[in-house]
Design a protein around this ligand. Structure first.
Ligand SMILES: Cc1cc2nc3c(=O)[nH]c(=O)nc-3n(C[C@H](O)[C@H](O)[C@H](O)COP(=O)(O)O)c2cc1C
Length: 187
């Protein structure tokens, strides 16, 4: 029901994304694909990825921010998996109506993402390419879950953010269960 695509080139060296993933990996119906573990040679199994997406009602893209964008293998996954005639184009509706949650960690602090900060712009300025990728495929864009200052925050702050992410997914699952219950009721 939830397909979580993790794109961290060195999962074993991750601090932030590892804590975030550990906080949610036992949720019911969650399927995790660690892209760099599964496709170290970038040879993505497109049919398998599309099948996983077809099974899901929520797609999660989780990764550290690299050069204001997604790590290279996630970009390659977009290029390969979100294909014309399947994800977009005339009559293509494989992802229509599915929810999409962007979960990213940044080295930059909230202050760094401001006009006076080192990145010179608010973080919101860097969101549209990812958001439009989801929208172009007909997905519903959920409010992103962004962890800023990922290399500086202390353990309690990181744990609190991980809890927030888990709460978001639990709420999403509860809504789905509720909707399914209502759909199953006799008219
Ligand atoms: C190649 C590379 C590019 C990065 N680019 C950015 C960036 O554009 N903006 C930013 O805020 N942090 C950037 N960072 C910092 C990472 O986002 C940060 O180290 C990561 O989110 C920490 O997560 P982790 O503990 O799971 O590795 C970059 C790091 C690397 C290695």
């Amino acid at each position: 029901m939830i397909y979580l695509v993790l794109a961290h080139p060195y999962p074993s060296q991750s601090r932030a994304n590892r804590v975030l993933l550990d906080a949610v990996r036992d949720l019911p119906g969650l399927e995790v694909c660690s892209l760099y573990d599964r496709y170290p040679d970038f040879d993505i199994d497109v049919a398998a990825e599309q099948a996983a997406l077809s099974r899901a009602q929520l797609v999660v893209w989780m990764h550290p921010l690299f050069w204001y964008s997604v790590p290279g293998l996630l970009k390659h996954w977009f290029d390969q998996v979100l294909s014309h005639g399947w994800a977009y184009g005339d009559g293509a509706a494989a992802l229509h109506g599915k929810d999409c949650l962007w979960v990213a960690s940044t080295g930059g602090t909230p202050q760094a993402y401001s006009a006076a900060g080192v990145h010179q712009r608010p973080f919101a300025d860097f969101v549209p390419p990812i958001e439009e990728t989801a929208l172009f495929c007909g997905m519903n864009w959920l409010a992103p879950c962004i962890l800023h200052g990922a290399n500086e925050i202390d353990e309690p702050q990181l744990a609190a953010h991980a809890r927030l992410l888990r709460d978001r997914l639990e709420q999403w699952l509860a809504l789905q269960a509720d909707a399914a219950g209502k759909a199953g009721q006799a008219p």
